[in-house]
Ligand binder design. Sequence first.
Ligand SMILES: Nc1nc2c(ncn2[C@@H]2O[C@@H]3COP(=O)(O)O[C@H]4[C@@H](O)[C@H](n5cnc6c(=O)[nH]c(N)nc65)O[C@@H]4COP(=O)(O)O[C@H]3[C@H]2O)c(=O)[nH]1
Length: 903
Amino acid sequence: MFPSKTFRVARFPASIRIGLIYFVLASLWVWGSDWLALQLLEDHALVVQVQSLKGELFVLCTAALLFWLVRREEGAQAAVRGELERTRNQLEHFVDTSASIIYALTPDLGAKAGWRPVYVSANVWRLTGYLPADWLDRSGFWFEHLHPDDRSQVRQAWQQLQQLGTLSLRYRFQHRDGSYRWIDDQLQLYWGTDGQPFEIVGSWRDVTEQEQVQQALRDRQVKLDTFLAHAPAALAMFNRDMRYLLASQRWVQDFQLGAAGDLVGRSHDELLPELPPQWRQAYQRALAGETVQREEEPCRLPDGSERWLRWKVQPCESVDGRVESIVILAEDITARKLREQALELNASLFMNSSEGIVICDGSKRILSVNRAFSEITGYAAGEVLGQLPMLLRSGQQPRAFYRDMWRQIRRAGRWQGEILNRRKGGEPFLAWLTISLVRDQDGRVRNYYGIFHDITQRKQAEDRISQLTHYDALTGLPNRVLLRERIEAELAQAKREQEPLALMFIDVDRFKYINDSLGHRAGDALLVEMASRLEQAVRQQDTVSRMGGDEFTLLLPQMDAEQAAYLAQAIIARISAPWQFEGLELIVTPSIGIAMFPGDGQVVDALLQAGDTAMYRAKGAGGANFQFYEPGMQLSASRTLQLENALRWALERHELELHYQPQIELSTGRVTGCEALLRWTHPQLGSVAPSEFMPIAEASGLILPIGEWVLRTAVAQNKAWQQAGLAPVVMAVNVSAVQFRQTQFPALVRLVLEEAGLEPGWLELELTESVVSADPEAAIRIMKQLDSLGLQLSVDDFGTGYSSLSYLKRFPIDKLKIDQSFVRDLGSDPDSALIVSGVIAMARALGLRTTAEGVETAEQAAMLAHEGSDEVQGYWYARPMPAEQYERWLQDYLATTRAPGIV
Ligand SMILES: Nc1nc2c(ncn2[C@@H]2O[C@@H]3COP(=O)(O)O[C@H]4[C@@H](O)[C@H](n5cnc6c(=O)[nH]c(N)nc65)O[C@@H]4COP(=O)(O)O[C@H]3[C@H]2O)c(=O)[nH]1
């Protein structure tokens, strides 16, 4: 570099020194020699001569000295010049061969704040292709050759030079050949003693290669980053401590490391502690130079999910062959694995499916069949491969069927339906078949898939079920379901055509009685007879259906109210005609309710409800009649529901009570017994008659808890009276059919008696005639069990049922209770009197006692006494009364000692 900014003279120069010495010596010589000559010589001329000679000699000597000195100086200067020349040459060689170009700039006084090159080392041509002469004194030359993109940056940097004094720049300079070279420019600013910048000395170095290398490195880094960001593979590089060097984005995603931030330097084991232990072994082996890989392996991720991975651990060697790092490449093959598992499953499903499966190629040749195919068709796989599925054709379906089927498959890609095929043995079978086709990318059919199952049995079952679900098994008539469908269809038609339609509900009066007294066979026979009579009564377009039990419904399209009324009358007449059952001539009557469309309802349910309500009204009106639906009727139907609901709470809410009605022995006037009769008083509904709530209690099953309560209360009451000193009487308790059929009923009676401590002889169970005559053998069994307890049994309402005398003989009963309907008509109807005397006579013959119910008048009492009835019961003597009232009545009765009506 250049010397410092200031210069100093250290001592006198040699020229002054030599001049002074010469002056001193020459003066001494001149002065001394003159003085000596004067001293030695007296002769003035001689002195002058000597002095002249001496002067000549002095000049000669000093000339010789001067010559010598000049020569010596010349020699020295030549040596210095030579040395300088050599040094300069050497310097020029150095600079020439140097990679750096030296230059100097001096302020360009012509250009404001500009600088002008005053020196450029010769080697500038190597870097720029230009000679120093091209540069010197051309202040804009350098800037013009800068790359346009770098100019502003260079200009800005230059502005800082004055403050900083030094600058380091890197820019592109255009070579003479047009290419750009990267130049590293180092500048140093020098100030003069006046404090003004007077020189810039700088050096340029060609750093194109270095820049290219760096650029290449940067490019590489960018590529690597791009690769790591977008590579579809999960890969990561680790150092020997298994700390991250780099990782692809996919790796971060697959191993759920997004939250871990920058991975570089982080420990692999700490971030993924759940990885299988064999991974760690693999790292060790890779660090030892081995490549380790696994085709599939399950692994647990940080979030606990299970993934399947395929991985490879690869050692990375440095230039000296040492393993510096390892690369792990992991591929998440979970989806593939699941696909494989799905495929395996599919294959297993294919083989083990209970559906027959057949796969054909595009020309319908069978490629594959499963086990179920063979089981259903009887063909082994080997027998059908390469064949056409036609071999299953039964030949029982027209060609058009197959033509349509294939046309549909080609058009829609799928067909589904029933097909009649043939097994290998020739036996036809009905299959539910689905055929689908699969096309290739060019739209050509690649495969046909057929899936089928044998529905022969199902079809038969369906037909059977359809029959069962749509028809009544006993009568063969359409049932409720089919009726509904037909009503819907007919209603739609009636609406369209604005035609009337009638719905007739028919119920057999006292059917339960027939069933109970003559048995189910009789009931069934009656229903079949009813069905046949109804079918005969209607037109062809009408539907006769059985709704269940003894209810029949007629659907009568295009029928107005007048025609319906006419038909109803005809039906009453038809049904009421006597019919025969095992030698008995029986007569039943129907109750008919009629609902009319459109007046009584627009939809099925409304019409059904209206018809049903009207039918109950007809029943309520005593049967053997028909009623058209009227809006107010609905109320009574809802009362039944209301009663049933209320009855459920009656016991719990103490709404039930027993009333007692005395039974009097006609011959003595003694009170021999009393009948317990249930009373229900509801807070809102008031007093509800047993004739209304008892059927509801029986139908709903509520009779069981209620009946048990009656039994317990009546037995306890009787015991209480006995304990209170009242003359003991037999307590008669009504037993319903439902109670009687309970197998544990006799045990219950015994328990109740035991708990109350009442002698069984003081309890009488009243069974209705229908109860005992429905299944006499079973009734005899139960009655015997009850009889064995020691209590009394009576048959209530005797005369209204169809008791077989032969059975009556075998019943272990003590008493018959003559139904009050006969007693009521005693005076007026000779038949009733006949029946009463017949029953009494028969009872006598069988050794049974008789009690006549419903005695309301003295006349009736007298007649009964005359006929020989043992006991009587009725309003003439006393109404059913609460316990305390009964006690009072009894005291009064005993006090008067007169039995009213005793004849
Ligand atoms: N017209 C008239 N009626 C008379 C006369 N004397 C008594 N009655 C009535 O005749 C019915 C006799 O009872 P039932 O024939 O066993 O007929 C009973 C019986 O079958 C049943 N019932 C009553 N209480 C019970 C019970 O606790 N359990 C069961 N299973 N049924 C009961 O309800 C039916 C009706 O009972 P109630 O309404 O109490 O009607 C009673 C009674 O009040 C009379 O002189 N004239």
